[in-house]
Ligand binder design. Structure first.
Ligand SMILES: *Cc1c(COP(=O)(O)O)cnc(C)c1O
Length: 453
């Protein structure tokens, strides 16, 4: 049951099968090229696609558009202090702006930065500083059937091996991403957070939490970590973040806004340096590339993220989509994470070889069969890696109802039943930068005559 009702609606439409096939063709079999109006249930991302509350819409009207010293900034600072426990806040246009500001201050050329798993933009910003991003991911994370409750944890042993290899002096920052987006949205325990904080302290590194999904993570902690049974999500958030020296945040995730982000920190000198860098890249440090109204809506959304029963319904809706898919015979990564269900495309389309992109073929099949848009995160998006071909179905916050989830599961079930129709895809056109190819490459279905080679 949802503890809210709709106050504003946006029509969506399922185009006919012929229209969907034509749209796919025109999009070069790349879901990023589809017009949103041609998508029925859009599970491309949970980033900035959520539904704001009546209070957030009201906050937009209250937004103070002063260039400097805006009231809205003051309210953001109060929310960040109350909800997350940080005194210093630097607003930014979104999460990657916070990464640019903070890592620009903390990371130098030749450094090495360990993370339980770098999100794409984090990896890019570390690399952009001339440093090397290293993932310290648990071995259990690679097993889609392992029921380990905290598969998102940082592998501290791997961290120590890295110290031995490169020396503590090369590691200025240790990052912990909660929940672990690159590992199927799996949570990180508070116990692991304490261990990583101790590890960072021992090597004299700044401990940064990538806190984009801090509330979803705290809900998992309450359900799965015995020490925290009976705690509120709000108290768990403050406990978990109390170990961090700084956070980077995308407001488009757990602050439930369409745009916005911030970095927050305890150290006065880091704050001063971050503000200087923010002026260069984001804007004056009381608006950070945002309108005052965006800052105001983010201040409200941060508080809503930890209010019961919001986050429980949010995470349980994702689990529900996972269950419906499994009931439809569709194999998914288990347990389901906080923001998305990951479908194992290699098991849905077992006859499609890896070099015919089973993940991307499944993305297209889901659209063709039911107007559902997901995204491939496997061999097509990450060329040259041995990533399994997973298709992510990310749920926007407070947006779709159970009937939409049932439609998604039925659609995926039909694709599985007609799997032989799909022979895979081949790339016709791709951009120069291989890392960005899944955003703009064009593909086509493998012709029947090529199917057997
Ligand atoms: C989305 C995200 C970011 C970047 O935030 P943007 O708002 O998209 O720039 C960084 N880290 C994680 C874990 C994310 O999910």
């Amino acid at each position: 049951m949802r503890s809210y009702k709709a106050k504003m609606v946006e029509p969506i439409r399922l185009p006919s099968r012929e229209e969907r096939e034509a749209a796919l063709d025109a999009a070069g079999y790349n879901a990023f090229n589809l017009d949103a109006a041609d998508v029925f249930v859009d599970l491309l991302t949970d980033s900035g696609t959520g539904t704001m509350s009546a209070e957030q819409w009201a906050a937009l009207m209250r937004g103070d558009e002063a260039y400097a010293g805006s009231d809205s900034f003051g309210r953001l600072c109060e929310s960040v202090a109350d909800v997350m426990g940080f005194e210093h806040v630097v607003p930014t246009h979104q999460g990657r702006g916070a990464e640019n500001v903070l890592y620009g201050v903390l990371v130098d050329e030749g450094d090495v930065v360990p993370n339980n798993a770098h999100f794409d933009t984090t990896r890019a910003h570390v690399a952009n500083q001339g440093a090397e991003p290293v993932d310290c991911t648990l071995p259990a994370a690679r097993d889609p059937d392992s029921s380990d409750p905290f598969k998102g944890d940082f592998d501290v042993d791997a961290g120590w091996e890295l110290v031995e290899e490169v020396g503590a002096e090369s590691i200025p920052v240790v990052v912990l991403t909660i929940t672990n987006n690159s590992v199927a949205g799996q949570p990180v325990s508070v116990e692991n957070t304490r261990e990583v904080a101790a590890f960072a302290e021992e090597i004299d590194a700044t401990f940064v939490v990538d806190a984009c999904r801090f509330a979803e993570n705290a809900y998992f902690v309450r359900e799965r970590e015995s020490e925290f049974a009976g705690w509120t999500v709000a108290d768990i958030v403050r406990e978990q973040l109390s170990y961090a020296d700084a956070v980077t945040m995308s407001g488009k995730k757990d602050a439930i806004v369409n745009i916005g982000g911030f970095a927050a920190m305890r150290d006065d000198d880091v704050f001063e340096a971050a503000k200087q860098r923010a002026i260069l890249y984001e804007g004056f440090p009381t608006y950070g590339g945002l309108a005052g109204r965006d800052v105001e809506a983010m201040a409200v959304g941060l508080r809503e993220a930890v209010e019961p029963p919001y986050v429980e319904e949010r995470v349980e809706q994702v689990a529900e989509l996972g269950r419906l898919l499994v009931e439809a015979g569709v194999p998914v990564y288990e347990p389901t994470g906080g923001h998305a269900v990951y479908v194992d495309a290699e098991r849905v389309l077992p006859h499609v070889p890896k070099d015919r992109y089973p993940g991307q073929a499944l993305v297209c099949a889901l659209y063709r069969e039911g107007g559902v848009r997901g995204v491939e995160l496997g061999g097509f998006a990450f060329p040259g890696t041995d990533r399994p071909d997973l298709v992510r179905l990310a749920l926007p916050r407070r947006t779709y109802s159970r009937e939409h989830l049932e439609h998604v599961a039925e659609t995926a079930g039909r694709v599985r039943e007609s799997a032989e129709e799909y022979r895979g895809l081949e790339i016709v056109e791709e951009p120069e930068m291989a890392e960005l190819r899944h955003f703009s490459a064009r593909l086509r279905p493998v012709p029947a005559s090529h199917a057997a080679d």
